[in-house]
Design a protein. Structure first.
Ligand code: HEC
Ligand code: HEC
Length: 338
């Protein structure tokens, strides 16, 4: 009896010891939802394999004002979940010290499908994107060197980067990759429109008529299913270009006044509209296309006579645009601050 007990205990000790040595860091896979009718994403998490732990770390960073110079502004200050990750219904979202930039905070969803970022396409890789808001003087006004130092001085972050990226010293690259794990998961693919595409819901007669009107009048630029074709177009807002838009990046005057076609997913929640937030309501936007197009040498040819819309057609288009609101996204606990 005694002998058996000793044997049992020693086997137990031996197996425990052995297990301790070979047990790898457990990583739970966390995959991106991708409906069948979506194209292939541009960003594939190469060298940044998706895990739940990394995603949680990215979320923590996204909501952390530590990334700004004075600890007052986080990414979520200007990209709020309740507004489909756009600004809080303001023309220009204030950054540190209430400073204002010149452009409206866009809704950020389905970023893994984006070939470029910003209203002018000035950044072309999601993994370097966050340097822009962090270092922008009117947004977070911080340096990457300081952000790295602050993160390394924080024992919670140090532990999280060690567990999830296997590094003792946190680098700027790891911070940017963790942020990307979160950002690329802000997927909007569960609106009524999506349920219609998946065959689980039907559109009402008015919604279907609105979709048809949208497809004939708007979809050449706001292409389904992402509601943008990612091209740069001048949609007739101005005659002279205070903000050159795409022209600022390419230095080509033929690109002046062109801006990236924005996605219209969740558009009913992301007012005010356009790169400078000039239109308060969707009705204003439709009236712009109907009667407000301004002529200029870079105006998109398709819009040279505007897009004539009757009141009835406008109402139907708006009814359709409402089907793009994704309540699952707004209520997704995993994407929220916690
Ligand atoms: C002070 C407000 C503010 C803060 C803070 C801010 N952003 Fe933004 N964000 C903007 C504005 C404004 C733009 C559009 C800039 C432009 O096009 O020139 C933008 C654009 C973006 C885009 C590009 C979207 C597109 O359609 O191409 C992404 C992605 C993004 N922000 C993510 C972030 C992340 C991540 C953080 C935190 C590290 C952050 N933002 C912090 C205001 C802000
Ligand atoms: C020739 C291409 C083109 C066509 C056609 C077009 N748009 Fe646009 N749309 C754009 C561009 C480019 C912008 C961004 C312009 C800017 O901010 O400078 C835009 C912006 C918008 C915005 C603002 C979105 C936001 O987040 O600020 C809405 C809403 C919109 N369009 C709806 C429509 C509707 C509805 C139609 C059809 C009646 C339509 N568009 C037709 C190119 C187009």
């Amino acid at each position: 009896m005694k002998y058996y007990l000793i044997l049992f205990i020693s086997i137990l000790l031996f197996s425990c010891k052995k297990e301790e040595k070979i047990e790898p860091v457990k990583i739970e896979k966390w995959e991106m939802e991708k409906p069948s009718y979506f194209p292939n994403p541009v960003y594939n998490f190469v060298n940044n394999e998706q895990t739940k732990g990394r995603f949680d770390l990215g979320r923590k960073l996204f909501y952390d004002p530590l990334l700004s110079i004075d600890g007052t502004v986080s990414c979520a200050t200007c990209h709020s979940q309740g507004h489909a990750f756009a600004g809080h219904n303001v023309k220009i979202s204030p950054g540190v010290n209430g400073l204002l930039g010149t452009r409206n905070s866009p809704s950020i969803t389905n970023l893994a499908w984006y070939p470029s970022f910003m209203w002018d396409g000035g950044v072309n890789h999601i993994e370097v994107f966050s340097v822009a808001p962090i270092t922008n003087p009117v947004e977070m006004n911080e340096t990457m060197i300081n952000v790295v130092a602050k993160i390394n001085a924080n024992s919670t972050y140090k532990e999280l980067f060690k567990t999830n990226y296997g590094i003792e010293n946190v680098t700027d690259q790891a911070i940017l990759r963790a942020l990307t794990q979160y950002m690329a998961m802000i997927v909007s693919a569960d609106s009524k429109y999506d349920k219609y595409r998946k065959g689980t819901e039907t559109l009402s007669a008015e919604e279907s008529e609105g979709l048809l009107l949208f497809q004939t009048k708007c979809a050449s630029c706001h292409q389904e299913p992402l509601f943008t074709n990612f091209s740069y177009k001048n949609n007739g807002l101005d005659t002279a270009f205070i903000d050159k838009g795409r022209g600022k990046i390419t230095q080509n005057p033929n690109d002046d006044g062109k801006f990236r076609v924005p996605s219209l997913r969740n558009v009913m929640l992301t007012y005010p509209y356009m790169h400078d937030g000039r239109f308060h309501s969707i009705e204003d936007v439709l009236e712009h296309y109907n009667s407000g197009i301004k002529q200029s040498y870079t105006l998109n040819a398709e819009l040279s006579n505007g897009i004539p819309l009757t009141e009835n057609e406008k109402a139907k288009i708006i009814t359709f645009l409402n089907t793009l609101t994704d309540y699952s996204l707004l209520n997704n606990y995993e994407l929220g601050e916690h």
